[in-house]
Design a protein around this ligand. Structure first.
Ligand code: G3I
Length: 331
């Protein structure tokens, strides 16, 4: 007789993006986050336009409130994000000199990362460096840091983050990585090229973040994605799922059917990733359909509300929540 041993149960920390204003105003929302999550990531509170209304000021109000909530509830915190084109304040976007750009970027990273040293466990140091449709893997999205510093903005940012908190896990985060088509293959090649170049130069990077804003009706490139993940594994980097949600703009109106398709899409994606590298963390971009970015860009033609997240707008778990709990071992 073979001894019956319980399989070692994997548990992967699960978390969600959080909005500081909602946390203050909505007790049910805070309770749901505390109940379901082991870690949080501020959805906007650590971004440049919030932290840096002007050159002289750092406004940590919203980020500190979220950090306090996390601490009180025994939750970990991720940091998002240090170098990203999205919503850069006009005063920073106006910088034209190389020296000034390096000074402002490194000064920002030093101040923000050291404030949460030892508490924020991982940082999205560089977010979305690839253009939507890159011409080559070397192509980078154009914004103030590429205009002034070129591709060097990336190593500069990683070095500054490491100096400010040597224990923090440093992440290169990107979206539209998983689908079929040449533009997605080029985006994967670009992310691998950035990671490889950092490692070749001895600059610390610890993980690739797959945002995973999954379009329910787009085909995932299983071979392409797994090939990409094998390259990441060969570089001894971790993989994080950083912003999972399912965009349901093209799905039927029926809520039960829709929720099943959404859950299945996420389950397929997680399985494809897991077959190559079990992700070290899984985060959704919000916990409840009550607070989601999706309708801003992907309003449904039938006028019904989007349902991209694990809990519905009344904070009840949906099939997507079950998928995540089963996958992360928190069920
Ligand atoms: O807080 C103000 C509110 O006072 C005002 O009434 C309202 C009117 O427009 O705007 C509110 O701020 C908006 C904020 O979302 C609310 O959460 C900002 O205008 C809006 O720009 C901001 O959008 C965020 C977007 O990034 C840009 O920073 C989304 O919430 C956030 O989900 C989204 O997150 C990104 C990740 O950072 C990177 N990956 C993609 C992801 C989704 O687009």
């Amino acid at each position: 007789d073979r001894p019956v041993l319980a399989a070692p149960r994997k548990t992967i920390p699960f978390g969600a993006a959080v909005r500081g204003d909602a946390l203050m105003a909505d007790a049910g929302y805070g309770a749901a986050l505390a109940e379901r999550c082991r870690l949080l990531v501020p959805e906007g509170a650590l971004k440049w336009p919030v932290l840096r209304p002007n050159r002289e000021t750092f406004d940590f109000g919203d980020a500190d409130r979220i950090a306090t909530f996390a601490r009180r509830n025994g939750l970990g915190l991720r940091g998002h994000t240090l170098a990203w084109y999205g919503g850069m304040p006009a005063w920073a976007e106006a910088i034209t000199s190389r020296v000034e750009a390096e000074w402002v970027l490194t000064g920002h990273i030093e101040t923000v990362v050291s404030r949460y040293r030892g508490f924020i466990g991982s940082w999205d140091v560089v977010n979305e460096p690839m253009p939507d449709d890159p011409a080559s893997p070397q192509d980078l999205r154009s914004f103030v840091w590429t205009k002034t510093l070129g591709a060097e903005y990336i190593p500069i940012a990683f070095k500054a983050a490491h100096a400010a908190d040597p224990a923090a896990r440093l992440v290169l985060n990107e979206y539209d990585i998983e689908y079929v088509g040449p533009r997605f293959a080029m985006r994967r090649a670009g992310i691998l090229a950035i990671a490889r170049s950092l490692l070749d130069r001895g600059i610390p990077i610890h993980a690739i973040g797959l945002q995973a804003h999954l379009f329910a009706d787009r085909e995932i490139d299983r071979d392409g994605l797994q090939g990409f993940l094998r390259e990441i594994a060969a570089m001894k980097l971790d993989v994080l799922i950083t912003e999972l949600d399912v965009i349901d703009v093209g799905l039927p109106t029926d809520v039960a059917i829709r929720d099943e398709i959404i859950a299945r899409k996420a389950a397929d994606f997680l399985r494809i990733v897991d077959e190559v590298i079990p992700p070290s963390e899984v985060l959704t971009w919000g916990i409840t359909d009550r607070y989601t970015w999706v309708p801003i860009y992907f309003t449904r033609p039938d006028g019904t509300a989007n349902r991209p997240l694990p809990l519905d707008s009344d904070l009840r778990p949906k099939p997507l929540m079950n998928v995540i709990e089963r996958f992360t071992g928190s069920a």
